[in-house]
Design a protein. Structure first.
Length: 274
């Protein structure tokens, strides 16, 4: 039996490496998805327990802001002001603020969409298009021409390749490469294709590992690493903090209401004296 050729041995090694990297990539993808599911589950558990308290706190804070705005208006008023007038002024102010914030959010959304458009991950067809274009450009580059006629032909192929790229026509690009690559010496070998795929998988694994580490180092990721007892203790602590903050906010609301009543009595007394 003749010994296997070097090219065959190399191809077998590349196939084994490709299978190994595919398995590792699939494993990393599974770990990332599992971490995301666990964090979503934990977040849902926290929301179910803490959201009612947070909503109550947010409602009280909003009410206090309206009451303090009313109190400011009464402090600078020279006479009595009806609740209807104060409510109307508060409504107008909230409407102005809402319009300003709506415009601000619209501008922020536009800027965010522009950033996403610049950084969006390429789709598979885009990746394939770039790969085919680079391969064709490497094979057809005019500097590799043997004579003037060959250079002219290569330049024409490159013009068509540029048009196909701009049109995002993957089929056209594939046809150009197939037409040029009829000479076996010009066709990228199977080994070269596997090396390219192995390199791509290596980059994908790096990205997946970074994503997994980022998830684990996040606040929810660190909480997931706690034991069940410590996790329950943390949840009770957060709930206790919210209840204390809610009690203090209710006290602050009562003080503002009392100050409003005192100011209203003062204005009524001064009006009666005049």
């Amino acid at each position: 039996m003749l010994p296997a050729r070097f090219e065959e041995l190399e191809r077998v090694q590349l196939e084994l490496e490709l299978r190994r990297r595919l398995a590792t990539t699939a494993s990393l993808q599974g770990l990332v998805q599992e971490e995301q599911r666990d964090q979503q589950r934990l977040q849902q558990e926290f929301d179910n327990r803490l959201s009612p308290l947070r909503n109550d706190l947010e409602r009280l804070v909003s009410e206090i802001a309206r009451l303090e705005s009313r109190l400011d208006r009464m402090m600078f008023s020279g006479g009595t002001v009806s609740d209807e007038e104060l409510d109307q002024e508060a409504d107008d102010k909230r409407a102005d603020e809402a319009a300003w914030w709506a415009e601000w959010r619209h501008k922020q959304s536009e800027r965010s969409q522009q950033r996403v458009a610049k950084t969006v991950s390429p789709m598979p067809d885009d990746i394939q298009m770039r790969r085919l274009y680079r391969t064709l450009a490497r094979l057809v580059h005019p500097d590799r021409a043997r004579n003037a006629e060959d250079r002219e032909h290569r330049e024409e192929i490159m013009r068509q390749a540029n048009q196909a790229k701009e049109a995002r026509d993957l089929t056209w690009m594939q046809q150009l490469l197939a037409a040029w690559s009829r000479d076996d010496s010009e066709i990228p070998s199977q080994s070269e294709a596997m090396r390219g795929r192995i390199a791509e998988l290596g980059l994908e694994q790096q990205q997946l590992r970074r994503e997994l580490n980022h998830l684990k180092e996040s606040a929810l990721g660190r909480l997931l690493r706690l034991g069940e007892r410590d996790l329950r203790r943390h949840l009770r602590h957060e709930e206790s903090k919210l209840r204390r903050e809610l009690a203090l906010t209710r006290l602050r609301r009562r003080r503002v209401l009392r100050t409003i009543d005192e100011r209203r009595e003062s204005l009524s007394a001064s009006t009666g004296d005049t």
